[in-house]
Design a binder for this molecule. Structure first.
Ligand code: MRU
Length: 368
């Protein structure tokens, strides 16, 4: 996608890389929307820090960064012991997005079958492939999801704007490019369908207010930031035609784990007969998890994210301010589960299906 008119991905090999081996660059998403800065990752530990501290975030981008983290580890020391150390270090950065485990398993399977002197080149090549595959998957989710937006437009006689509500950031900043929930919106917009996006601010990290709003603005898509509690009201008043969110892990039965608050939007959507879709790249399906509430670990983050908030002060500088009384405890559950019965459809790279084990298996028979 474009930043100030220039095409960008969220992760890329530094320009001074030689024969596909080099440092890795990312966008520091903690500074957006106020500052666009890029950061160079030179070691596996730096890649781990970037994931843990959410310089990069979003399930697919976490996976791609972990893959490059393994490549950086191999550049330092391609031994079996260091490969195992890299797996453990990166695996322990964030627990919920399953793309992290998927990418680490994929890299380890490939590299452990090779002699150490072939691992560096193979690791960088595979990390680049994982990134390219993510772009292709998201572009395809965009095409399939565009049809849903177009159908909503048809239903309105092609006369009115289609209003889509989204939660958190599941746009190109959460992936390598295009996004999952936002890819259908970009594809619809690019093909001339009038679309407006209700952007949940998404406390406590405000990925909606800071990231989704920023990238929609960069692309020129009409949008409005709302507080997290506004969605139900908008749905009751017919102001939302459909919801599309992303997912950090989806069980093979169709339960969706996504940013905290997604479940409440799905409940409101069902009560108001608003279709609720999820953009789902196949590496985000956990084929070992059956019941979302029982089987998916929910990340608990530091409580300072709840008790304080950061933003740009009147002097133009970024700062953090405290919201809560000094003595009040806080809790910070980062994700929740939307059960399959609340989901209208899963938009995958192979098409749209019901949130059910049978439908997912029909689309991905090789996993059954
Ligand atoms: O905590 P984050 O910002 O990593 O959470 C991101 C989300 O919940 C996204 O909706 C999800 O990863 C899907 S991204 C394509």
């Amino acid at each position: 996608m474009r930043v100030g008119g220039t095409p960008h991905r969220t992760i890329w090999l530094a320009a001074d890389a030689v024969s596909g081996i080099g440092d890795v660059e990312i966008i520091d998403q903690t500074k957006l929307p106020h500052e666009f800065t890029t950061v160079r990752l030179t070691t596996m530990e730096e890649a781990g820090f970037a994931i843990k501290d959410m310089w990069v975030r979003g399930a697919p981008l976490i996976g791609a960064t972990a893959a490059y983290g393994v490549a950086l580890a191999m550049r330092t020391d391609p031994s079996e012991a260091h490969l195992a150390k890299a797996y453990d270090h990166l695996f322990n950065t964030r627990p919920t997005a399953v793309n992290l485990r998927w990418a680490l398993d994929d890299m380890t399977r490939l590299l452990s079958a090779l002699p150490p002197d072939q691992r560096i080149m193979a690791a960088f090549r595979r990390a680049a492939e994982i990134s390219d595959e993510d772009v292709a998957i998201c572009a395809s989710i965009g095409e399939h999801g565009k049809a849903v937006i177009e159908a909503a437009w048809d239903k309105k006689g092609r006369a009115e704007t289609v209003n889509v509500l989204t939660h958190c950031n599941a746009g190109w900043l959460a992936t390598v490019d295009w996004g999952t929930a936002l890819a259908p919106i970009y594809k619809a917009y690019d093909s001339g369908i009038p679309v407006h996006v209700w952007v949940d601010e998404t406390r406590p990290r405000n990925q909606g207010a800071s990231l989704t709003a920023w990238e929609l603005a960069q692309h020129g898509v009409d949008h409005t930031v709302i507080v997290d509690n506004a969605g139900g009201h908008l749905m009751q008043h017919g102001m939302v035609d459909l919801c599309i969110t992303g997912t950090d892990r989806t069980t093979y039965t169709g339960d969706v784990c996504n940013k905290i608050g997604t479940y409440l939007k799905a409940l409101a959507a069902q009560d108001n007969s608003v279709p609720f879709y999820v953009g789902l790249p196949s590496p985000t399906i956990d084929w070992t998890a059956e019941d979302g509430v029982r089987d998916i670990p929910i990340e608990e983050r530091g409580t300072a994210e709840v008790s304080s908030i950061s933003g740009r002060g009147e002097d133009g500088r970024l700062r953090n301010v405290q919201l809560t009384p000094d003595t009040s405890p806080a809790a910070n559950y980062a994700f929740d589960i939307t059960p399959r019965h609340l989901i209208t459809g899963l938009i995958t790279e192979r098409g749209i299906c019901d949130a059910s084990a049978d439908s997912l298996k029909r689309l991905f028979p090789e996993m059954g």
